[in-house]
Design a protein around this ligand. Structure first.
Ligand code: ARG
Ligand code: GLU
Length: 720
C-alpha cells in the first residue's frame, strides 16, 4: 500500500516538480532537497559527488573568479576556464596597438608566455556549514532592529574566533533567506593567476551589444587562465618561481554534446536576486526605477558609441567601459519587458492573496503576519521618490569618469584625515598606479559630453528639495548650462591625468590641498555629500525597516508555502542550478531551437563590422569544414546551447555540466526577457545561454593553433 502510494505520489508529484523550475540551491543541502528530483531528471551523480566535506567533489574544481565571475579548473595543471568578458580586463591590460590581443587573440605557447595579472585572484570554497544557531543565539522577536543587528554582529565575531584559518584562507558568514539563516564559508584564495589564452574579440564578443542578452547567439565567450602556487603547492602572491597549481579536482570535458531534454546543471557564484519582493515593489522596480536607469545610460552610450566608431584607439580604450555600461542597460530593459509579458506582477498579487487566505486559517499567525504586506507596500511607496533620486545620482556617479575619480580620491583623502599624512604617504604608490591605469585611455572630451548629458537630468528631474543648492547655484552663476559644463572640465585637474599624477609624485600634501580646492572635485563632492545626507541616509533608514519586514515575510512564506521549495536569494555564494538543455517559445510566440551552429556565425557575418566581423582564419575553417573532431554527427559545428537553469550575474563562466558531471559548456548569458528571473523565474521562457565546449575546443585547437592546451585536458566520450 505504502509503495503504491509512493508510486502514485511520484507519478503526479514528479511532473509538477519538474515544471516548477528555478532555484539556486546550496550545495550542502542538495541531498535533502534536490537529489531525488535531479536523478529523476537524468543526473547520474549523487549529491555527495557534487559537494562533500570529506572527499574530493565537483565543488573543488569551481572558483570564484576575481570576485565577480565563476571559473572552473579543467586540467591537473591548474588551467582555468572562464568567459572572455570575465577575462576582458586582463586581456585589455595586456593589449596595445602593436600587440592587440583584444583584436588578434592571444595564445601562450608555453608556460613562460603566460601573462601575470596583478590584482586578479581566484577563490575556492573549502567547506561551508549552517551556523544559524550560533549567529542567532539570544535573538528574540522582541529585540529592536538595532539590538538585533548588534547581537548578530557580536555572535558573528565570536564565531570567527572558533575557526583556525591557514594563510590565504578566509571565513565568510552570510545571511540567507533575508537573515533567517546563516552559513559560514571557509575560502582559499590564490593571487597568482596568469592569462593563457583568449580568442579574438570578434569571436569572444561576437555580436557584442546587438546580440548581448539575445538568442540565437553565436559568441565564443571564453578565455583561459592558469593558477600558480608556491613550489610547495600552497597559495602565494605572484612570484617568478611559482609553479602551476596541482588542484584537488579538475573537471572532465565531454565532447559527446547534448540533445534537448538532457539534464543540465550550472555550478557557480550567482550575485544578487530579489525573488521575494511584494508585487508593488516589483512593479516599482520594473516600471519606475529601471526606466530611469535605462534613460541615463541611453544618454552616455550615445556619446561613447559614436566616439568609438569614429576612432580605433578610442575603440580599444573605451571597450571595457562601454561594455560595462551597456550590459546592465540592456538587462534592465529585458527584465522590465519579461515581467510585463508574463504578467509577473499580477501573479505575485495572486500569491499574496493566497498567502492572506492561508493566514486566515491560523489566527495566531494572522495576528503576527497579517499586517506585513500593507506595511511593506506603504514603506516602498513612501520611499519611491528617494529611490528615484538615488537612481539618478547613482547613474551619474557610475557613468561620469570625473565623478568616479573624484570619489576615489575623496576616499583616499579621508585616510589622511583619519590616520595622518604618514598613512597617506604609504598609499601614494598605489594611488599613482591607480591613476595611471584610470587615465590610460581617458578622453576628457568624451567624458565632458557624457557629463553634459547626465547632469541635465539632475537639474531637470530631481525634485528641488532633494537637490543640493551649491550645485544648483553653480548653474545660476554660469552663463548657461553648456558654459557650466565646459568650465567644470576646463578648470579641473581631474581631467588632466598626467598633471595630476605629477602633482602627487612631487608633493602629496600639496596634492591633497590642490585637489580639494579643485572646481571639479568640489562640485562632485558637494553633490554627493548632500545626496548622502539628504537622500541616501533617509533611504537607508527606510531600507532598515523594509529589510526587517522582508525577513518576517520570508519566514512567513517558508511557513505557509511548504509545498513550494523556496530557495534563498543569490548572494555571491556557491550555488547549483539544474534543469534541461532545451529551447523555448518566446513572448513573441516564436519557438527557438536549443542550439546554434557555425553556419549561423557566417549568416551574421558583416565584413569589417564593429560587432559582426569574422576573422579570416575562421572563415577558411568554415569553408573547408575543417572542424577536427568537434563537429556533430551531421557535420555541423555547434556554437551555443540553451538550458533552463536559473542563473544570474556572477554565473558568467560557470560550468554547464551533463548528468555525469562532465563539462559540456560554459555559461555566459541569459536570453533577453529571461533576465526577469532576478525577480521572477518563469520556467517557460527563462533560459541560460552556454557556449558549447566543442566550439571552445575547436577555437583553441584550430583557430588558436594551441592544441597542446586541449591535450592538457581530460577529454571523455571523444568520438574519433
Ligand atoms: N550579458 C552577459 C553578462 O551579463 C555578457 C556581458 C558581456 N558584456 C557585453 N556588454 N557584451 O555578463
Ligand atoms: N553575463 C552574466 C555575468 O556576467 C551572466 C549572465 C546572467 O546575468 O545571466 O555574470
Amino acid at each position: 500500500m505504502r509503495s503504491l502510494l509512493l508510486i502514485f505520489l511520484g507519478f503526479i508529484a514528479a511532473p509538477l516538480l519538474l515544471r516548477a523550475g528555478g532555484g539556486m540551491w546550496l550545495p550542502l543541502l542538495l541531498e535533502n532537497l534536490n537529489e531525488e528530483e535531479m536523478r529523476a531528471m537524468g543526473m547520474e551523480l549523487t549529491a555527495e559527488d557534487i559537494y562533500s566535506i570529506n572527499a574530493g567533489s565537483l565543488k573543488d574544481a569551481i572558483v570564484h573568479f576575481g570576485g565577480f565571475c565563476t571559473g572552473e579548473v579543467i586540467s591537473e595543471r591548474g588551467l582555468v576556464l572562464t568567459n572572455h568578458h570575465c577575462g576582458f580586463g586582463a586581456i585589455q591590460d595586456h593589449s596595445t596597438l602593436q600587440n592587440n590581443y583584444l583584436e588578434e587573440g592571444f595564445w601562450a605557447m608555453s608556460g613562460g608566455e603566460e601573462l601575470p595579472n596583478p590584482g586578479l585572484f581566484v577563490t575556492f570554497i573549502e567547506r561551508m556549514e549552517d551556523v544559524t544557531d550560533q549567529v542567532l543565539a539570544g535573538v528574540t522577536d522582541s529585540l529592536s532592529i538595532k539590538d538585533r543587528a548588534r547581537l548578530v554582529q557580536m555572535n558573528t565575531e565570536r564565531l570567527k574566533t572558533d575557526y583556525a584559518l591557514q594563510p590565504f584562507e578566509d571565513l565568510l558568514i552570510k545571511p540567507f533567506y533575508e537573515g533567517n539563516k546563516y552559513y559560514a564559508f571557509v575560502t582559499k584564495t590564490y593571487n597568482d593567476v596568469r592569462l593563457v589564452g583568449a580568442p579574438p574579440s570578434s569571436v569572444g564578443k561576437f555580436g557584442a551589444d546587438t546580440d548581448n542578452w539575445e538568442w540565437p547567439r553565436h559568441t565564443g565567450d571564453f578565455s583561459l587562465f592558469r593558477i600558480y602556487t608556491a613550489p610547495d603547492g600552497s597559495p602565494a602572491d605572484y612570484d617568478e618561481a611559482n609553479v602551476p597549481m596541482v588542484p584537488k579536482r579538475h573537471l572532465e570535458v565531454s565532447t559527446a554534446g547534448v540533445v534537448p531534454g538532457d539534464f543540465s546543471m550550472v555550478f557557480g557564484f550567482p550575485g544578487t536576486t530579489d525573488q521575494y519582493l511584494p508585487a508593488a515593489a516589483m512593479r516599482q522596480r520594473t516600471e519606475v526605477i529601471n526606466p530611469i536607469r535605462i534613460g541615463m545610460r541611453d544618454l552616455s552610450l550615445a556619446v561613447i558609441d559614436s566616439a568609438m566608431r569614429a576612432d580605433a584607439q578610442v575603440k580599444i580604450d573605451y571597450a571595457s567601459k562601454q561594455a560595462r555600461i551597456a550590459n546592465a542597460w540592456k538587462k534592465w530593459r529585458g527584465e522590465s519587458q519579461g515581467v510585463e509579458a508574463v504578467g509577473a506582477v499580477a501573479k505575485r498579487e495572486e500569491m499574496e492573496r493566497e498567502f492572506l487566505q492561508r493566514l486566515e486559517a491560523k489566527p495566531s499567525a494572522k495576528a503576527r503576519y497579517g499586517k506585513l504586506l500593507p506595511e511593506l507596500d506603504r514603506l516602498y511607496a513612501e520611499r519611491e521618490q528617494l529611490e528615484k533620486t538615488r537612481a539618478y545620482v547613482g547613474e551619474i556617479n557610475y557613468n561620469v569618469d570625473l565623478f568616479r575619480i573624484a570619489n576615489v580620491l575623496d576616499a583616499q583623502f579621508k585616510v589622511a584625515d583619519n590616520n595622518g599624512m604618514e598613512a597617506f604617504r604609504e598609499r601614494v604608490p598605489g594611488i599613482i598606479d591607480y591613476l595611471e591605469e584610470f587615465y590610460a585611455g581617458y578622453r576628457p572630451d568624451i567624458d565632458r559630453e557624457v557629463t553634459r548629458a547626465q547632469l541635465r537630468a539632475y537639474y531637470d528631474e530631481v525634485p528641488r528639495e532633494q537637490q543640493d543648492m551649491y550645485v544648483v547655484d553653480q548653474l545660476a552663476f554660469a552663463a548657461s548650462y553648456d558654459a557650466l559644463i565646459d568650465d567644470l572640465f576646463a578648470g579641473s585637474y581631474l581631467t588632466r591625468g598626467e598633471r595630476l599624477t605629477e602633482l602627487l609624485r612631487e608633493n602629496p600634501e600639496d596634492f591633497i590641498e590642490r585637489v580639494r580646492a579643485d572646481r571639479g572635485f568640489q562640485y562632485v563632492r558637494q553633490l554627493n555629500r548632500f545626496n548622502e545626507r539628504e537622500v541616501v541616509d533617509v533611504y537607508n533608514a527606510y531600507a532598515e525597516r523594509i529589510n526587517e519586514l522582508q525577513r518576517s515575510y520570508m519566514q512567513a512564506l517558508l511557513d505557509f508555502f511548504p509545498e513550494r521549495r523556496l530557495y534563498p536569494d543569490a548572494n555571491s555564494t556557491l550555488r547549483v542550478s539544474y534543469g534541461k538543455f532545451e529551447g523555448f517559445t518566446g513572448v513573441d510566440g516564436n519557438t527557438y531551437d536549443y542550439m546554434t551552429y557555425l553556419d549561423g556565425v557566417m549568416e551574421k557575418y558583416v565584413p569589417g563590422d564593429y560587432e559582426f566581423d569574422v576573422p579570416e582564419k575562421l572563415r577558411e575553417l568554415y569553408a573547408t569544414k575543417d572542424y577536427g573532431p568537434y563537429a556533430t554527427e551531421d557535420g555541423r559545428l555547434p556554437v551555443c546551447v540553451l538550458g533552463s537553469n536559473h542563473t544570474t550575474g556572477g554565473n558568467s563562466g560557470s560550468p554547464a555540466l551533463n548528468g555525469k558531471g562532465q563539462l559540456v559548456g560554459l555559461n555566459f548569458d541569459r536570453t533577453w526577457q529571461s533576465t526577469m528571473s532576478d525577480v521572477y523565474y518563469d520556467p517557460n521562457i527563462c533560459r541560460n545561454i552556454v557556449v558549447d565546449i566543442r566550439y571552445v575546443l575547436f577555437l583553441i585547437d584550430k583557430l588558436g593553433g594551441a592544441p597542446h592546451l586541449v591535450q592538457e585536458m581530460t577529454l571523455v566520450d571523444a568520438k574519433r
